[in-house]
Design a protein around this ligand. Structure first.
Ligand SMILES: [Zn+2]
Length: 134
């Protein structure tokens, strides 16, 4: 998985592969927690992520050509201060699904073992009485 993330200090955009704990801004060097970064797009392959990034960079530079929808979304998300969940929903992605994919199965279900029923009280021997002589 690849994500296009943005630096909140210098507004640099870069592509992060996978889900690292932290990532450093290539421009100002600020170390960021990946989870806290604004993700403008998440893609399966590196080329798609690079395309989104370059489209956003071009737009910022004043280039008003064909823009990827994601780039437009990202700009809007930044302007209106939407959080990640809203942004993902607006992008047509299921926020819950993305969250699930990120955190993985964290179900810590413990099966409470119900105590097995105690054997019924009282001795229940099978041989009762003296052996009858034959
Ligand atoms: Zn930066």
């Amino acid at each position: 998985m690849y994500a296009v993330v943005g630096c909140s200090d210098c507004e640099a955009l870069w592509v992060v592969s996978g889900r690292p704990e932290t990532t450093s801004c290539p421009r100002c060097g600020a170390r960021r927690r990946f989870a806290k970064l604004k993700k403008f797009a998440e893609t399966e392959d590196a080329d798609a992520a690079k395309n989104v990034r370059s489209a956003m960079v071009q737009r910022r530079a004043g280039y008003d050509g064909d823009l990827d929808d994601f780039a437009t979304m990202g700009e809007r998300a930044m302007d209106s201060g939407m959080d990640d969940g809203e942004f993902l929903t607006a992008s047509g992605l299921d926020a819950d699904e993305v969250a699930d994919a990120g955190s993985g199965p964290t179900a810590t279900r413990r099966r409470g073992r119900s105590r097995s029923a105690r054997p019924s009280s009282g001795p229940s021997r099978t041989s009762t009485g003296p052996p009858s002589p034959r």
